[in-house]
Structures are given as structure tokens and as C-alpha cells.
Write a protein that binds this ligand. Structure first.
Ligand code: F6R
Length: 606
């Protein structure tokens, strides 16, 4: 996720672009840059927060009234001056900013390189500048259209050409883009909040559309060239609401971003059932040597690891352990040379996870990091890195980073399984197709938020809540319970459904809420036995179950439904109603949802 801006009008473009980027910084902040047309196109960019760009501009200002800007959250290529946007073709006559992923960029880059192109960055975005330049013969719209026809993926692109100084041209393929309509000037941005102090009149560019923005005119068409006639709308949000994309809290916004985050995390990495993970370079020899996989992490990342353990065990048949990073580092763990250590961390800066990864490495393991932050300490320490592409997560309670971690683990299992021969083509295909369906399944789950609201009303005054499940459902129960406790401050515990009768059942009395996750068909009857045990003690049962499950209504007081799907992938959808449940309970209790008491987003101390 990155933020993009554009301006065409009579005023100096640079301050307007920088101001817009500041409002988009929540979408990414590892580097930033602008390009302004004034005869030639001048580009200024810098690694680091936006203030670094401001310093660069103070030393070396740019003049001109048409320009584009970008604030980056790295996906291809670490944060650096040269990977910062805007990117230009070698002549500097075509300049672009881009948000999203060009899935076939390796192939496009190879083709361009074979024709002699030299690249100044490691990004997928630079390929777009080269492509547009290749097709350009004085008509930027036509060149952008041709580039869009070959560049696959989910992205938004804004381009300008030295020869056409009065306009910018943009396209939207899934990634968001809006036009802000001014008086004798017009703006482009990734979202409405970036422009709300400039105008209230907007045109939303829809998926598959191209827009030409000039000072006095805005022309919208499809990428293929058909005319689009859309009436502008007036935004009535206040500034704070706008920053949260119209949601009341970042947590709600991030929960609802999950279909996009999953799409982005998969983007360009699946070709049939073949997986391409550019920063994972395990050789055949490395794969053969793996005796045990050690997953180390904390909190929500650890819960993602619980899902990974089950997935690796089932698909790879490799013994897999999940260890709290803070325990692992003092355990003298029995790691053997050649083992694979998978360190999972959204921030890539959690002190315990870093220490655990270093310990595993010292014992001879190869360290693979799953992290959301390109250039984080963990990504630099690791031998291999699998980036989630969740974009910045602002809410302390992690949601979208968790689902992105799960998707990363499935991709890793698919990669290792096919490379080692543990997974036959049919099983691999099935998993790959299932992964591609996930954004839709999560989207459909999110549409049933009213069910979570109704359940939240029943839980809001509880003292204790118990979460149960078996196998993968237990992993989801752990994460659902953590979400609830950290923002609602209700006491909550999760355990395997079979463990309940060994002690905790003593606490289940009339009206005590028990949340059961029941998606694993091969364990379903066993899970139901536990439900019957709590029901017999008067528990108030909330179940997470598939749409097709018509048995569960006989046992549960409230059912949170998810669409039918593959059991192995169910954690990705099953967590969604539990995130919503936690959110709505906390909301009803009037808590500070985005910044719960005593907690920090990143725990960089032991
Ligand atoms: C819970 C939460 C924490 C983090 C944990 C690890 O919602 O966010 O439990 O998951 O502190 O953080 P990372 O993933 O940055 O290592």
C-alpha cells in the first residue's frame, strides 16, 4: 500500500503535493518523492519519512504547477533513495508513480532488458515508466493504455510526459484513486481524506478506468477507451472520520481492508500452483536438510504460527514447533544445523522475536522471516524474507497483518511442498485455487457484520468468555480470545475443546459465554461434544460455522456464519467474525479501541 497524489492548476505544485502526501502517510512512509513539470520534469525523492523529502526540497526546490507525488510502503526493493518514487524512463521524459503490484514485472523487466533497457531501481514500478516510454509517440493516453494492456496486477498508476506538460494521466486497476475537483485546478489522490481540505467535490475512478486530469477539465474513460459519464459527488465527512476512511476506528478500517490485503499478499506470487517468492532462496540442498521447522513469534504473530504449524505438518509432513520467542531464547532449544526457523513479526522489530531468530541462526538454522515491514531489522537479519503486504497497521490490535501472515504461510507451504515433492499437483492446485478465492470469502464474511453486532450485545456485560476449538479452530480461538481481551478488557481464555473438561469446565455456569469455532469437518463431532458439555452447564454458546452447517443451530445460541470453503484455509475467514465481535464489544463498552490501555504497537524491549 502506498499513497499517490497529483496536481494540475495555476499554483506551485510542490507544496500541494507534499501536503497531500502528509495526509497519505498512513499508507506508507519509508520513502517519498515528487515530480514537477517545468520545461523538463524535475524529480526529488528521499528515503525516510516525508520530512526528509521536505529537507531535500528546501535545498533543491522545484518550480512548476503540474506534478505527481508518492509516499511508499516498500513491496519490491527495500526502502532507499533509488527505490523511492517517482520513477522515470532513462530519458526522464516519462515519469510515473504507482501503488500496488505489477504481477508480471519479472517477465516485463527481462523483455525490456533484452532490448537494452537499464534500470535505476529494483522496483516493479520502474517497468511502467519504461513501458510507457516505449509506446510513447506524443500521446500519453495512448501510451498509458498500451502499457496497461500488458502490465498485470492490482495497481493504480499516475503518469506525466515532458511533451504534454498540462496534464496527468492515471489508471485504476483495483487500487484506489479519486479525482478532487477544484476551481481552475484539479487533484488526484489515493483517497478522499488527502484532499478534503481542498475540495468537497470528487469523482471516484472505478476499477478498469483511465482518467485524464487537466486544470480546466477531467476526462474519464475505460482503460480500453469507452467514454464514462459519472456525476461527481460531494463528501460530507469530517477530517478525522476521513482519515479513517469513513470508519470510526482504524481497527474497523483495517478489518475491512482484509480482502485487498489478501489480494496484495498473493499478488504476482501464484502461477497455477507454482509459487514465486522473490526473497526466499532456499536451495534443494537447504530443503533436504530441514529436519524440524521452528516457528518463533509473539502475540498475534504467534497465533498465526499456530496455523502455520498445522499447515506445515499436514502438507509437508515436517515436524513443526511453535515457540514463544521470549521462551525459546532461554530454552537451549534443540535446533539442528539445517533446520528452518520461521520468525513471524508484523513490525519486524519485536525484541524477543529478533533474539530468537538470532539464536536459531547461531545454532545453524536457516532463518526465514515473515514480516510486513520491508527493511525492518528482522528482514535484514534473516536469510530469506516473505513479505506480507498489509500496508501500515495503525490499530494496536492486529487484524489485517494476521490474515496476511496466514496467507504468507500457505504460500510458503505451497512453495516448500511442491519443491520437496510432498505435495502432488492436484493438492497444490486445490490449495492455490482456494487461496485465490479467499478475498471473495472474506468480503462475503464482512458483509455479515450485523451478526457480530448482535452477538456483541449479548457479550458486553460478561465477566469471562471462553473460546474453544480443535486443530486449526483452536488456533483461531486463541487469536479471537486475544482480540477480545486486548480491546474489551473482558477476561477471556482459549483452549482446545477437548481440554475444557480437564479443569476449566468448573468455571462454566449459567450464562457464561463460550465461543466455539467449528470449521474443521473431520473434528466436527468431537467439537460438538464439547459444546454439549458447556450447554449442559447453561453456557451461552456463540459458534463460528459454515453456511452449510445446519446442525449447529441446535446447540448454539448465536451463529456467526462464514461461507463454505476449504477447511485448511478456514482460519482466514473464521477469524473475521471474531475480530468484528471483539471490535463491537469494545465499542459498546466505550473503550479506546485503537490504543488499548497498557499496550504498544511494537514491543522493542525484552
Ligand atoms: C495483538 C498484537 C500483538 C503483536 C505482538 C507481536 O493484537 O498486535 O500481540 O502481535 O506484539 O508483534 P509483531 O508482529 O510486530 O512482532
Amino acid at each position: 500500500m502506498c499513497g499517490i497524489m497529483g496536481y494540475v492548476g495555476p499554483r506551485p505544485a510542490a507544496p500541494i503535493l507534499v501536503d497531500g502526501l502528509r495526509r497519505l502517510e498512513y499508507r506508507g512512509y519509508d520513502s517519498a518523492g515528487i515530480a514537477v513539470a517545468n520545461g523538463t520534469i524535475a524529480v526529488r525523492k528521499a528515503e525516510g519519512k516525508l520530512d526528509r523529502l521536505v529537507e531535500v526540497l528546501a535545498e533543491d526546490p522545484v518550480e512548476g504547477t503540474v506534478g505527481i507525488g508518492h509516499t511508499r510502503w516498500a513491496t519490491h526493493g527495500p526502502p532507499s533513495d533509488r527505490n523511492a518514487h517517482p520513477h522515470a524512463d532513462p530519458s526522464g521524459a516519462i515519469v510515473v508513480v504507482h501503488n500496488g503490484i505489477i504481477e508480471n514485472f519479472h517477465r516485463l523487466r527481462d523483455e525490456l532488458a533484452a532490448e537494452g533497457a537499464e534500470f535505476a531501481s529494483e522496483t516493479d514500478s520502474e517497468v511502467l515508466a519504461h513501458l510507457i516510454a516505449r509506446y510513447y509517440d506524443g500521446d500519453l493516453v495512448a501510451a498509458v493504455r498500451r502499457a496497461a494492456a500488458v502490465a498485470e496486477g492490482a495497481y493504480a498508476l499516475v503518469a506525466m510526459a515532458e511533451q504534454e506538460p498540462g496534464r496527468i494521466v492515471a489508471i485504476r486497476r483495483i487500487s484506489p484513486l479519486v479525482v478532487g475537483l477544484g476551481d481552475g485546478e484539479n487533484f488526484l489522490a489515493s483517497d478522499i481524506p488527502a484532499l478534503l481540505h481542498r475540495t468537497r467535490d470528487f469523482l471516484v475512478v472505478e476499477d478498469g478506468e483511465l482518467v485524464v486530469v487537466e486544470a480546466e477539465a477531467v476526462r474519464l474513460e475505460t482503460i480500453e477507451g469507452a467514454t464514462v459519464d459519472r456525476t461527481p459527488f460531494r463528501a460530507e465527512w469530517d477530517a478525522e472520520q476521513a482519515e479513517k476512511g469513513g470508519y470510526d476506528h482504524f481497527m474497523a478500517k483495517e478489518i475491512h481492508e482484509q480482502p485487498t490485503v489478501i489480494t496484495e499478499t498473493l499478488g504476482g506470487r501464484l502461477d497455477g500452483h507454482r509459487v514465486h517468492l522473490e526473497d526466499v532462496r532456499l536451495s534443494e540442498d537447504d530443503l533436504r536438510k530441514i529436519d524440524t521447522i521452528w516457528i518463533t513469534a509473539c502475540g498475534t504473530a504467534l497465533h498465526a504460527g499456530l496455523v502455520g504449524r498445522e499447515v506445515f505438518r499436514r502438507l509437508l509432513r515436517i515436524p513443526t514447533r511453535v515457540e514463544y520467542a521470549h521462551e525459546f531464547r532461554y530454552q537451549e532449544p534443540l535446533v539442528r544445523p539445517g533446520d528452518l526457523a520461521v520468525a513471524i513479526s508484523q513490525s519486524g522489530e519485536t525484541a524477543d522475536t529478533l533474539a530468537a531468530a538470532r539464536l536459531a541462526r547461531g545454532l545453524g538454522a536457516r532463518v526465514l522471516a515473515i514480516t510486513n515491514v520491508v527493511g525492518s531489522t528482522l528482514s535484514r537479519d534473516a536469510d530469506d524474507v516473505l513479505y506480507t503486504r498489509a500496508g501500515p497497521e495503525i490499530s494496536v490490535a492486529s487484524t489485517k497483518a494476521y490474515t496476511a501472515m496466514l496467507v504468507a504461510e500457505y504460500l510458503l507451504a505451497l512453495l516448500l511442498g511442491t519443491a520437496r515433492g510432498d505435495l502432488d499437483a492436484e493438492a497444490a492446485d486445490r490449495l492455490a485455487r482456494g487461496l485465490e478465492h479467499l478475498p471473495d470469502l472474506v468480503d462475503r464474511t464482512l458483509r455479515r457484520e450485523d451478526e457480530a453486532v448482535a452477538a456483541a450485545r449479548r457479550l458486553v456485560d460478561a465477566d469471562d468468555v471462553y473460546f474453544i476449538g480443535r486443530g486449526l479452530d483452536h488456533a483461531v480461538a486463541m487469536e479471537g480470545s486475544l482480540k477480545l481481551k486486548e480491546i474489551s478488557y473482558l477476561h477471556s481464555e482459549a483452549m482446545p475443546a477437548g481440554e475444557l473438561k480437564h479443569g476449566t469446565l468448573a468455571l462454566v455456569t449459567e450464562g457464561v459465554p463460550v465461543v466455539v469455532v467449528a470449521t474443521q469437518r473431520h473434528l466436527y463431532d468431537k467439537t460438538l461434544s464439547a459444546v454439549q458439555e458447556v450447554k449442559a452447564r447453561g453456557a451461552f454458546v456463540v459458534a463460528v460455522a459454515y453456511d452449510a452447517d445446519d446442525e449447529i443451530d441446535r446447540f448454539a445460541d448465536v451463529v456467526l456464519r462464514i461461507p463454505d470453503g476449504e477447511d485448511l484455509l478456514a482460519p482466514v475467514t473464521a477469524i473475521v467474525p471474531l475480530q468484528l465481535l471483539a471490535y463491537h464489544v469494545a465499542r459498546l463498552r466505550g473503550h479506546d479501541i485503537d490504543q488499548p490501555r497498557n499496550l504498544a504497537k511494537s514491543v522493542t524491549v525484552e
